[in-house]
Structure formats: structure tokens, C-alpha cells
Write a protein that binds this ligand. Structure first.
Ligand code: SF4
Length: 494
């Protein structure tokens, strides 16, 4: 157990995120009410106060009652133009500056007591590319680079990665505005459950009845927002899940007919066909007939033993078959996902997977780092066969080098909690094959309307630097019972 006392309790969770970077995942952090309420064990005390000399920010780390580290600083709070900001004011900027100062200090004291290689330094709970872009806008790329490495302690290669991604994204972001809108439609069904899956998706074998109730509600929800669509220019439509192609031919066609009819002018239309064992010539024909031009067929790994260990229920041969079928059906823009850090895998397995998938020359390759989430089967069966953070770091470095050399460029990035080695997920694409939806969603530069259980709609208010959300309920039964309420929530926002 780890104990924390802080004089900025509203940042308790943010401070915990910094501490967790250094702790074994299972360690609990408890909040101390009083500064002297210190039990034996590890304790961090954080003080934040003002006197005639200015603000003070101090952190002390105790192990079994004795002090192992202490850092005190006098932070200065200024805006983009160097003007002093009153951090007691109830503004977003004041809160942001104060939070950053607290997080940096906690990171520094933790690093002193438990030194650890942190590729992304103290960055937690923030999208690195979004931050890099914001900083570049203020004082240029070089300055952003320096702030990343010096203030946030981000490693040089990760800083360069963020910089490259921002550069690749630039033309896409330039072409978007407040009249643009992305559409997400969730099909939360799959053909079995992978052991690392944390989505709300259900196995269709046991959920046919609920699927038959869900799809009409989804259609109803789309109809319910019809009057809003003409106000916007639809940039992209993305049908995800689950695995939408897990639906039978009739259901898949019903969904696609509705969606393509509602959004005839979209610029991009993607459907996830993630599980290779759901891909058939007939389904590919249906996708083509309704104008889908971008699909995703996911290998994850081409090592059959690993596929078995992670409960994927398909073989690498089925991946090859599905990809060949899609190529034959005329799909030019195909993404494939791979996961690094899978049980028993080594850098050699990653090399084999990447070499194997290159046979099909996918236009996009999305490289994930395994993240074990609470709702996955992996979280219950403790894994002893996972490669350590050092090996996963090597895998990430190898894959990035491999894909760069093969002519792919990184174009979007996101990080999740509980990621192996505290690394990142990166989407790579051949120039010109970038997925607009992925960029818009990750960078939060375009509003989006989300349909189906668990979808989160977001509306941007750029003048106020604000994003408002309308989340749909996650539970399928709840969604079915409350579809009209989901429509109402979105209508109020849009
Ligand atoms: S294919 Fe995707 S949605 Fe389906 S179980 Fe696996 S991770 Fe979950």
C-alpha cells in the first residue's frame, strides 16, 4: 500500500497517475486526511502554499518513517505571452497551470526515489501529439521540442515521433472546420472473446436475441438524428465494434444500406472486419456494393501458438486467406493491427509477423502495445509469460524502424493506462492512405456523433477551447431500453 497526503486534493487522481508510473500495478494508493497521519511503509506528502515570496510546491517521500527524498520549488505561473496568471482565479488556464506544476514535481520526486526509464516522461492523461501541436502553435516546433524533453522529460525518440506525426497530420487538420462532422457506429458483437478484449462486445453465439433487439434500436437512433446531418459536412463514417462483419449477411446489408443512404456525401467510409474468420467473399461484396473503401483485417500476430494463447480462435492462415480475398475484391485501403508484448513472444516473433504481413502490402499498419485492462480475461488470469518492459521497448523500436524502412509514416498515436513499458499505440500509413477518422478522433479537431452502446459524441466549441460530450450508455440492455434518451442527449448538444 502507498499513502498520499496532498494539499491539492482536487488533483488527487492526477497525482496518482504520476505515482503509478513507478509502482507495481497492483499497489493501492490511499489518501491520507492529515499530514502527520503517516503509517509505516511508503508515504508521499505534498504541500502547496503561498507566502510573501510567492507560491511553494513541495513533495516529501518517506520509507518506513524516514525521509528518502524532498523537493521544494517556487513555480511561476505565466500564460503564452509571459504574463503572470493568478492561479486562484476560477479559470481553466489557472487550473491547468497549477495541475502541471504539481504533476511535474511529483514525477521528479518519484524519479529520485525509484529511478526508471520513462519514454514519455511525466506525460499522463494527455494526448502527446495534441500537446505538441498546441506548444508548436505558441512558439514554434523547436520550442515545443525543448519543452517536451526538458519540462516533461520525454525521451528524444518519442519527442521526434510526436513531431513527425504532427507534420503528417497537418494537411488533414488544415482541411477541417467547425462545419465538419465524423460519424461512429458501434456494432458490439463478435464471434468469440479474445483474452485481452476489454470492449463491451458480446459473443454472437450466445447473444442472437439481444442482437436482434439492438440493431433496430441502432437504426432508430440514426433516424432520430436525421435532421441534424444536413447542418454538417460529413467527413468520415466509421463502423466499429466488436466486429461488424461478425453479423450475418442480411444484418450487415441492413446496416450498410441505412448508413450509406444517410451519408451519401461522406469523404471516407470505413468498416472494421477485424476478425479474419468473419471475412467471406459475400460480405466483401456487400461492403463494396455500399461504398465502403477502407477496411481493417487484423493479424495481431502471425504466430499460431500465440493466437491460441490469446484466444483469437483463428489461425494465421485464415488471416492470409481473408487478406487475399479482400485484395481480390478490389479493396485498396486495408489496415492490419498487430500487438506487441503478447505472451511468450520475442522480438523475432515481431519480425516474423511484420515480414509476413508485408507480403500483402497493407496500406496501414496499426501497432499496439498490449494493455491489460480490468475487464479482460487476462486481468483475471495473472500472466507470467508476458515479455518484460525492456523487451517490449525493443519490439516497439524494431517495429517503428521496420515500418519506416518499408515506406510507412506514423500518422496518429494514443496511449492507454496499463500499457506494457508505458509505451504507445501508433497508426502507420503509406502516404495518402491515412485514415481521416483516426486523426480527427485522436486529435479532437472535429466534432463527432456516435451511435450505439458505449458511443461518446463530442461537440467542439473552438472559440471557448471547449469540448462537450454526450455519452451513450454502455450496457446493451440499457441502451435498448433508453434509445430515445440517447437521441435526446445528442439533440441537445447538436
Ligand atoms: S476481435 Fe476485437 S472485439 Fe472481438 S473479441 Fe477480439 S478484441 Fe474484442
Amino acid at each position: 500500500m502507498f499513502s498520499l497526503y496532498t494539499e491539492t486534493p482536487s488533483f488527487f487522481n492526477d497525482i496518482c497517475e504520476e505515482i503509478r508510473l513507478f509502482l507495481p500495478e497492483e499497489k493501492r494508493i490511499i489518501q491520507l486526511e492529515h499530514k502527520n497521519d503517516m503509517n509505516a511503509g511508503e508515504v508521499l506528502r505534498h504541500f502547496f502554499w503561498q507566502d510573501e515570496t510567492g507560491w511553494h510546491n513541495r513533495a516529501e517521500y518517506y520509507t518506513a518513517g524516514s525521509r528518502s527524498a524532498a523537493i521544494e520549488e517556487q513555480p511561476e505561473f505565466t500564460d503564452d505571452h509571459g504574463n503572470t496568471v493568478d492561479i486562484t482565479a476560477p479559470t481553466l488556464l489557472a487550473k491547468k497551470l497549477k495541475k502541471h506544476a504539481v504533476k511535474q514535481l511529483i514525477y521528479r520526486v518519484m524519479q529520485e526515489v525509484c529511478p526508471k526509464n520513462m519514454p514519455w516522461g511525466s506525460l499522463t492523461g494527455i494526448r502527446p501529439t495534441k500537446l505538441f501541436r498546441e506548444l508548436s502553435k505558441q512558439h514554434g516546433t523547436e520550442w515545443a521540442h525543448r519543452i517536451f524533453t526538458e519540462r516533461y522529460c520525454v525521451s528524444e525518440p518519442k519527442t521526434q515521433l510526436a513531431e513527425t506525426i504532427c507534420r503528417v497530420q497537418e494537411p488533414f487538420l488544415k482541411n477541417s472546420g467547425t462545419r465538419d462532422l465524423d460519424i461512429y457506429i458501434g456494432i458490439p458483437f463478435c464471434v468469440s472473446r479474445c483474452k485481452y478484449c476489454s470492449f463491451i462486445s458480446r459473443d454472437l453465439k450466445f447473444n442472437e436475441t439481444i442482437k436482434d433487439q439492438y440493431l433496430p434500436c441502432l437504426m432508430h437512433e440514426l433516424d432520430g438524428m436525421e435532421e441534424v446531418f444536413p447542418k454538417y459536412r460529413i467527413r468520415s463514417v466509421y463502423i466499429g465494434g466488436g466486429t461488424p462483419t461478425a453479423l450475418n449477411d442480411h444484418d450487415l446489408e441492413t446496416v450498410l444500406k441505412k448508413v450509406s443512404g444517410l451519408f451519401p456525401e461522406r469523404i471516407e467510409f470505413t468498416v472494421e472486419a477485424g476478425r479474419p474468420d468473419t471475412v467471406t467473399p459475400e460480405k466483401l461484396r456487400i461492403l463494396k456494393d455500399y461504398g465502403v473503401e477502407r477496411i481493417s483485417i487484423n493479424a495481431q500476430t502471425t504466430n499460431d501458438r500465440t493466437l491460441e494463447l490469446i484466444g483469437r480462435n483463428h489461425t494465421s492462415e485464415e488471416f492470409r486467406r481473408a487478406f487475399s480475398l479482400a485484395n481480390k475484391a478490389g479493396f485498396k485501403n486495408i489496415n492490419t493491427d498487430i500487438i506487441l508484448g503478447l505472451p511468450c513472444e520475442t522480438v523475432r516473433d515481431v519480425k516474423k509477423t511484420l515480414t509476413d504481413i508485408m507480403e500483402f502490402a497493407p496500406s496501414n499498419v496499426t501497432v499496439h502495445t498490449l494493455a491489460i485492462k480490468q475487464s479482460s480475461a487476462f486481468a483475471e488470469e495473472r500472466q507470467n509469460d508476458l515479455p518484460g518492459p525492456g523487451i517490449v521497448t525493443e519490439m516497439v523500436e524494431f517495429s517503428q524502424e521496420f515500418l519506416f524502412t518499408a515506406g510507412y509514416l506514423p500518422y496518429y498515436l494514443y496511449r492507454q493506462k496499463y500499457m506494457s513499458g508505458n509505451l504507445e499505440n501508433v497508426g502507420f500509413a503509406k502516404p495518402g492512405a491515412e485514415c481521416i477518422y483516426n486523426i480527427d478522433i485522436m486529435e479532437e479537431t472535429v466534432s463527432n456523433l456516435a451511435f450505439g452502446a458505449g458511443g461518446i459524441s463530442k461537440k467542439l466549441f473552438p472559440e471557448q477551447n471547449l469540448i462537450k460530450r454526450a455519452p451513450n450508455v454502455k450496457d446493451l440492455k440499457n441502451y435498448i431500453d433508453r434509445t430515445d434518451e440517447m437521441i435526446r442527449r445528442k439533440k441537445e448538444l447538436f
